[in-house]
Ligand binder design. Structure first.
Ligand code: SF4
Ligand code: SF4
Length: 376
């Protein structure tokens, strides 16, 4: 077998190609869902007090049923599927589910609390073709609210650092329910030490209200952003978060129900984890007309929404509709009156796939890029 560093490098190249294809397809057409979250089991092995997405008794969704749902998502043109729960690692055949997502040409991502990871499980996830793993960690030490703690999970993170062939994102939160904002920085620093990615989100208070962050909470977010310096990171350039940290609303269009689907354990399509019950149509009866209608429907919850993965999808639509405005929103420069700093590759991909083509040369480049990415 090839050494791990070679296997990781090969998978990185393959993933980059497929991720670019997902972005290319989203920029080319608004007629398909870009991302679906799919619940594979509602049961969880933990019981975080703020969580309304788990129970302690549900059986796993039968694998045959999940495979059928993946086929239905593929038929709608979905390009990425995130497996969620409850705790998805409680599903006894999770690797087969991931393998089927990959067989159908979609990106396979999983969100977990990490408790059930061990070396054997990580190797099985490697072999299944998992594209990304996200672990949410709430605090440094377990407390009455959450056991998703760095102290408990550190050994799992070391194993991931040593054996995982897929990128691992450690997600922490700052906001009303997190009493120790500096915990998020400790978690992100540890992730960086281990060569893992870190992101930080904002949480509502127990009534669902988003409060402006205080100076310490904002400092923690800035410090975490400084730890991550890839060419482009949505986490760092997130225009929605820029407003939300000050308690300000965002003006944007949420395409949930069209560009993003949330498939519950009963196989119903919902807008997202926070807006279950709408439109609640069985996936088996969900059509491209439903996708088109719900993508256009206004969502009253949009101004204070903190679901960044769906905002990332909306950003692709903004890039398609109005590339110049969207890029300015993403890269506003360092202050009032300064020039925007848009990385060259991002400008090129957006121009090639969205600009009106008036010359033979530009049409040739668009066709070549589309062919290369297999998105014609
Ligand atoms: S680990 Fe995740 S799904 Fe389980 S109770 Fe906590 S937040 Fe909910
Ligand atoms: S705005 Fe946010 S909370 Fe509302 S439906 Fe869209 S993703 Fe869900």
């Amino acid at each position: 077998m090839w050494p791990l560093s070679v296997r990781r490098a090969v998978r990185r190249c393959q993933r980059l190609y497929r991720e670019t294809r997902v972005i290319g397809l989203a920029l080319k057409s608004t007629a398909h869902p870009v991302l679906a979250h799919m619940v594979v089991i509602r049961r969880c092995n933990l019981a975080c007090t703020y969580c309304s997405e788990f129970d302690d008794f549900s059986k796993p969704v039968p694998t045959i049923e999940l495979i059928n749902r993946i086929d239905l998502l593929a038929r709608l043109g979905t390009t990425a599927v995130t497996l969620t729960g409850g705790e998805p690692l409680l599903h006894p055949e999770i690797e087969e589910v991931i393998r089927h997502i990959r067989r159908r040409g979609m990106m396979a991502v999983m969100v977990t609390n990490g408790y059930l990871l061990n070396v054997e499980k990580i190797n099985r996830l490697n072999r299944s073709g998992l594209d990304r793993l996200q672990i949410s960690i709430d605090n440094v030490r377990p407390d009455d609210v959450s056991m998703k703690s760095l102290k408990v999970l550190d050994q799992k993170l070391r194993w991931l650092s040593e054996y995982a062939e897929f990128p691992v994102n450690i997600h922490s939160v700052v906001g009303a329910c997190s009493e120790h904002p500096e915990d998020a920085l400790t978690i992100a620093t540890r992730a960086k030490e281990l060569g893992l990615i870190s992101t930080v989100g904002i949480v509502h208070d127990e009534t669902g209200r988003l409060r402006p962050l205080n100076a310490e909470q904002r400092r923690v977010i800035e410090e975490i952003d400084k730890l991550n310096k890839p060419l482009f990171s949505f986490a760092r350039h997130n225009p929605w978060r820029r407003n939300l940290v000050h308690g300000l609303p965002n003006e944007w269009h949420c395409g949930a129900g069209g560009r993003h689907l949330y498939i519950c354990e009963n196989g119903l399509v919902h807008y997202c984890m926070a807006q279950r019950g709408y439109p609640a149509i069985p996936l088996a009866r969900y059509t491209l007309e439903d996708v088109a209608r719900e993508a256009k429907t206004e969502k009253s919850c949009a101004p204070y929404c903190t679901i960044f993965c769906i905002q990332r999808v909306a950003l692709l639509d903004e890039l398609r509709e109005n590339p110049h405005q969207a890029l300015l929103k993403l890269f506003p420069g360092d202050g009032v009156g300064t020039q925007p700093k848009i990385p060259l590759p991002i400008r090129l991909l957006t121009n090639v796939l969205t600009a009106p083509h008036t010359s033979h040369g530009s049409r040739f480049f668009t066709r070549a890029a589309s062919r290369l990415l297999n998105i014609e």
